[in-house]
Design a protein around this ligand. Structure first.
Ligand code: NAD
Length: 262
């Protein structure tokens, strides 16, 4: 009996990607949005602050000539997500990519973390990711083409160990399972789903720039001998999202400078 081949759509000349959490000044999301725009994508920036999202979108458009849209949305707010993804779908070219990057950390030890903090971390990192993905998948299915990348964390695989504790690690581990399930269930619609799991990246999520002392500690025995940059992560995401990434699904790229083997 012949093996059925799923219908494969052509990758459009100018696909659109949504990048959540892309407004922060020194963050992974912003670097990813810029990298994708340089690679030829139209980009939608979704972040909490509408003005900041619009400013980043305009800046990227100026630098790259790519069509962009910046929208203020709390991804934990289901209706706001439905409205935002509908706008992206209506106003930008064919939606092909989704980078689930928006996230919050939780440095509180398990014995001290309260219900409120626990729920907020899961509301944003897990439920928010579910809302955005569900809406994007509706658009992907119309063209039988979609690429999803969840930004998980080495913390999910190692059980914290750098900054994030149980709520953060648990929520980021959920993203690994969700992506693998989407990979399994959505392949027949031309959709791939993968993760990146960054190690320590020099951003503001840890409440400020990494001090030199902290960097020295993190670098001990790290094979590449340096802290990761947002561009390191953006490059991995761009590969999984792009034309060359179509035969990768259900994988996790460990962008961590070799910390797993250290
Ligand atoms: P960041 O704080 O600079 O970026 C996070 C962004 O998410 C911010 O722009 C923030 O406004 C946005 N955001 C937060 N809650 C939101 C919500 N409810 N709705 C919409 N947007 C929201 O930090 P970053 O380091 O660039 O983190 C980006 C992602 O990478 C996060 O998911 C983080 O967990 C993950 N990550 C970071 C590291 C690291 O070392 N920096 C390591 C592994 C994983």
């Amino acid at each position: 009996m012949p093996v059925p081949a799923y219908p494969a759509s052509d990758f459009p000349e100018r696909p659109t990607a949504i990048v959540t959490g892309a407004a922060s000044e020194r963050g992974i999301g912003r670097a990813t949005a810029l990298r994708l725009a340089r690679d030829g994508w139209a980009v939608a920036v979704l972040d909490l602050d509408g003005a900041a999202s619009e400013a980043v979108a305009s800046e990227i458009a100026e630098q790259t000539g790519a069509p962009t849209l910046g929208l203020g949305v709390d991804i934990a707010d289901e209706q706001a997500v439905i409205d935002a993804v509908a706008r992206v779908d209506a106003e930008l070219p064919q939606l092909v990519g989704l980078v689930n990057n928006a996230g919050i950390s939780s440095p509180t030890p398990f014995t001290e973390v309260g219900t409120e903090e626990w729920k907020r971390v899961f509301d944003v990192n897990v439920h928010g990711t579910y809302f955005v993905t569900r809406e994007a998948v509706r658009a992907f299915r119309r063209h039988s083409l979609g690429r999803i990348v969840n930004v998980s964390s080495a913390s999910a695989e190692r059980g914290g160990g750098v900054y994030g504790r149980a709520a953060y690690s648990g929520s980021k581990a959920a993203l690994l399972g969700m992506a693998r399930t989407w990979a399994r269930e959505l392949g027949e619609y031309g959709i791939t789903a993968n993760c990146v799991a960054p190690g320590s990246i020099d951003t503001d999520i840890m409440g400020g720039r990494l001090s030199d002392e902290r960097k020295t500690f993190l670098l001990q025995e790290l094979p590449v001998g340096r802290v990761g940059t947002v561009e390191d992560v953006a490059g991995g995401i761009a590969y999984l999202l792009g034309r060359d990434g179509g035969y990768l699904t259900g994988v996790t790229l460990d962008i961590n400078g070799g910390s797993h083997i250290a």
